[in-house]
Design a protein around this ligand. Structure first.
Ligand code: ATR
Length: 272
């Protein structure tokens, strides 16, 4: 039997997920196909129902559908309810269940690359969109942060996320560069670094030994600057790998294959 998986998004041409998942399945000896499909927002419901009707074993959901897809699955796992967004759908006993593996993927990758230094820090999260929501709950639940602050260009969204987290404060977007020395883990969840010359904030005041983390998975100028100032840097490749590993393990478990995802092979495929 060949298992069929997909990722849906728009645009989707740049996605590294097909290469990563196909390499992972090959390494595990699992017969599978994983394809990327461009789905326009107005076609999302039809696409989701179509994947289900065609017998897909599971699929990933990416920008811009992570929030909208919540309405089209049979149930939402706790992780998706907290984040208000789904990045992984598992088909189990004929029912579709939405999960969010971004947060756990982020934390696993941070711990893999930075180690236990990541625990117990004062955390500053830049951005308050879907990615920030998934990550901030995982940071709160798993990294024992001393404090959490949110800064976002649109302040009302930062306030909404801080309220939902029930333990976070808000920092003005314009103040970020100034308050940087107060934070030991600074996480960029915005898409700013995707443009190579844009940086979410100036790093002149960065404390040596602070962790600077960016979910953009290409090398960014911001992280290069952070490193040259003595920061411990963490890029987005690991999060991509670990969110995918979590998804793959759930899909395979639903088919009686409780295999551990081959992390090193997946990382290699993303970076090829
Ligand atoms: P995602 O699901 O990937 O988080 P999103 O919900 O669209 O996507 O959120 C994108 C985040 O990047 C938001 O925090 C956004 O800030 P706003 O809430 O003010 O829109 C932030 N962002 C994107 N481009 C930005 C820019 N040029 N400057 C500052 N923030 C930016």
């Amino acid at each position: 039997m060949t298992l069929h998986f997909a990722v849906i998004g728009d645009p989707i041409g740049h996605s590294r997920s097909p290469a990563m998942m196909m390499r992972a399945c090959a390494a595990l000896g699992v017969r599978a196909q994983y394809e990327a499909y461009a789905v326009a927002p107005h076609a999302l419901e039809h696409a989701v129902r179509g994947l289900h009707a065609l017998g897909f074993a599971g699929y990933n959901v990416t920008i811009p559908h992570k929030v909208a897809v919540c309405a089209f699955v049979d149930a939402l796992d706790h992780s998706a309810q907290q984040a208000g967004a789904v990045n992984t759908v598992v088909v189990r006993d004929g029912r579709t269940i939405g999960y969010n593996t971004d947060g756990i993927g982020y934390v696993r990758s941070l711990l893999e690359e930075i180690g236990p230094h990541a625990f117990g820090r004062d955390v500053l999260i830049l951005g308050a969109g879907g990615a920030a929501r998934g990550i901030s709950y995982a940071v709160k639940d798993r990294l024992r942060p001393k404090s959490i602050a949110i800064a976002n260009r649109t302040r009302t969204r930062a306030e909404g996320l801080a309220r939902a987290l029930d333990c976070a404060t808000v920092v003005s977007w314009d103040e970020v560069a100034h308050v940087l020395p107060s934070y030991g883990l600074i996480i960029n969840t915005t898409s700013i670094g995707m443009e190579p010359h844009e940086e979410p904030c100036a790093l002149d005041r960065l404390r040596a030994g602070s962790i600077i983390s960016d979910i953009v998975y290409r090398p960014t100028q911001w992280l290069a600057h952070a490193q040259s100032r003595g920061g411990l840097v963490h890029g987005g490749v690991g999060m991509l790998v670990h969110q995918g590993a979590e998804a793959l393990e759930m899909w395979l478990r639903a088919h009686g294959m409780p295999y551990a995802a081959p992390i090193a092979v997946m990382r290699e495929a993303v970076q090829a």
